[in-house]
Design a binder for this molecule. Sequence first.
Ligand code: NDP
Ligand code: DGY
Length: 328
Amino acid sequence: MKAVRKLMKVFITRRIPPEGMKILAAAEGCEVSQWDSDEPVPRSELLKGVEGAHGLLCLLSDKIDKEVLDAAGPNLKVISTMSVGFDHLVHSEIKKRGIRVGYTPDVLTDATAELTVALLLATSRRLPEGVEEVKSGGWSSWKPLWLCGYGLSGSTVGIVGLGRIGMAIAQRLLPFGVKRLLYSGRTAKTYAAEVNGEFVPLDTLASESDFIVVSCSLTPETQGMCDKAFFRKMKKTSIFINSSRGAVVNQEDLYEALSSGQIAAAGLDVTTPEPLPTNHPLLTLKNCVVLPHIGSATYSTRGIMSALAAQNLLGGLQGSDMPSELSL
Ligand code: NDP
Ligand code: DGY
């Protein structure tokens, strides 16, 4: 990698895997400061840390808005987020200032698809409930009607957002014997033929699917998309899974749908807010499985994400190509 000539200040908003730190440490002319903790940087420290920075390496939990950009000042050339989602970045402000943005697509697709399938199976086959029954002594015998759930074989699966991760989820689910694969989005995809995907309106997807998996990006259009009207269209025996962003779902409406028996169960890897408060109503429901946003959490994936985020940052600082640049 080409050396960075003049001294460039970089602020990293969290402790990140060593793969990324090594790349930045080896880059000439980079003065790195970091919020060296596993917990999020307090807003006041973020505002202090970015002052005069040329580069910012951030995470999905850092809201990068006008206030942060103003605090950084005119030096800031590049924002590199260690995530594929970029809904935490205020695009209009970043674009206005001509700041380049790097993100981490593809490298986390497999891990996230794998976790989503695990969540779907855990939810539909009631694994957390089963584990709890074993521990609490609720397991009295093999019982014909106990802890029954829903299987994928012969089912219809609906994917909301057949992008990189949606497609990888579809590819992993098909071998379970899925009969029909529906998907919705803004446009039909030619690559959907690989999974025999049928492009359908969201309403059709909601009413015909036995399993619904949300894997779209969070945009003004998708915010709150899974609401009362959506859940009312679902079958009473259907399972709802979300591994995209919490805000795609209206959680009050989801609670109502789950507690009234409008839908069978839900599995969420993402919520609003994160963390979900431990007294949140959704956590009182047996038919709701909530995970702490661990879609991409394998050691190797997180290492690769941090390396890619570091390379994107250096590309932006040098004014050269970034391996994964987001066009705003
Ligand atoms: P992609 O950009 O490849 O896919 C996003 C998909 O969202 C596109 O297919 C797009 O479809 C779809 N979409 C956009 N608008 C709508 C809409 N109105 N209705 C339905 N679909 C829509 O991104 P990835 O697959 O790589 O990632 C998707 C998201 O997953 C990320 O943005 C992130 O939020 C989340 N994620 C969560 C993780 C976790 O840990 N749980 C890990 C990684 C990602 P179209 O092209 O038709 O617009
Ligand atoms: C992302 O990258 O957007 C995920 O939510 C975390 O890996």
